[in-house]
Design a protein around this ligand. Structure first.
Ligand code: PXL
Length: 286
């Protein structure tokens, strides 16, 4: 299901990390390839992401965010979705919250990826207080896409390393939906050591679904951004929440597989670029 005649538009609010494929350098190409116009509101400009690479530069662009918002508002543009990811400060949480208020419509979708942690640990630049601020932003979203570490931070719970039980995952999904969003997509879900994937919950239908793929060894940077961007691409192309999660899980896993097979540096992001033909087929755009 898709409508090739009308171009949908997304506001993507993330950092621009020049090297290392995450955030905007992932969201822009994936959404554009999926036939979606994407406007970028950069939260920071870095030479690389902060995961496992030292010596990166970091230019905080907080001061530009309200002027961007004001200018976009003056142009009377609207967005089919607002997609926020990596935010660098409390002030940015407030700005993005105001952005939601300014640009929310009856029909658009607000997706918050509460980027702040993985593998049981907060990313270096964040504090536990930041997690509380991110929780407030999630309360305003229509859909949130945390990994398990981020989910436990949002809920003020102790991180558990897994494998997980279905009861545990479904308890997390319900509690996350209780924060406010109608839809929750939890990533990094596994019930055994062979498969990994995502769980989805839609509060409006009460439906829980899972999408799994075979686990690939190693830990790769930027995969959460590949996943969330693809999920949004699916939703805006008319696919259901569980269909979109399935598309995103497969595309992310195949990107990891190519990177693993090429024995590329795990810190430098995954090869999602070679997967575009397959992604466009899955999205029924070709
Ligand atoms: O992919 C998440 C992410 C986004 N942006 C920056 C990061 C990270 C994870 O480390 O450092 C700057």
């Amino acid at each position: 299901m898709n409508n090739k005649t009308s171009l949908k538009r997304v506001a993507a609010i993330h950092d621009l990390s020049g090297f290392g494929k995450c955030s905007l350098t992932v969201a822009l190409p994936i959404l554009s390839a999926a036939g979606i116009e994407t406007s970028a509101l950069p939260t920071a400009i870095l030479s690389t992401h902060t995961g496992g690479i030292s010596g990166y530069t970091y230019l905080d662009t907080t001061g530009e965010m309200r002027p961007f918002m004001k200018h976009w508002k003056s142009l009377d543009i609207s967005f089919d979705a607002i997609y926020s990811g990596f935010l660098g400060s409390f002030e940015q949480l407030d700005i993005v919250s105001d952005f939601f208020d300014e640009f929310r419509t009856e029909n658009n979708l607000i997706l918050v990826d509460p980027v702040m942690a993985d593998n049981g640990e907060l990313y270096k630049i964040f504090t536990p207080e930041f997690a509380l601020g991110m929780k407030k932003l999630c309360e305003k979203a229509d859909i949130i896409v945390p990994n398990i570490t981020e989910a436990t931070l949002l809920l003020g719970e102790q991180y558990q390393p897994g494998p997980y039980s279905k009861a545990y995952i479904e308890d997390l999904l319900l509690k996350l939906a209780d924060l406010g969003p109608d839809k929750v997509v939890l990533t990094g879900v596994f019930f055994n050591d062979d498969e990994l994937g995502a769980a989805t919950y839609d509060k409006t239908t009460g439906k829980t679904d899972y999408a799994f793929v075979s686990k690939i060894p190693g830990y790769y940077h930027g995969t959460g951004d590949v996943f969330a961007s693809t999920l949004l691409a699916g939703l805006l192309n008319g696919f259901s929440l569980s269909e979109s999660a399935g598309i995103a899980v497969r595309y992310t896993a195949n990107s990891i597989k190519r990177t693993y097979n090429a024995q590329a540096d795990y810190r430098f992001g995954v090869d999602f670029e070679h997967g575009f033909p397959e992604l466009l087929k899955e999205l029924k755009l070709v």
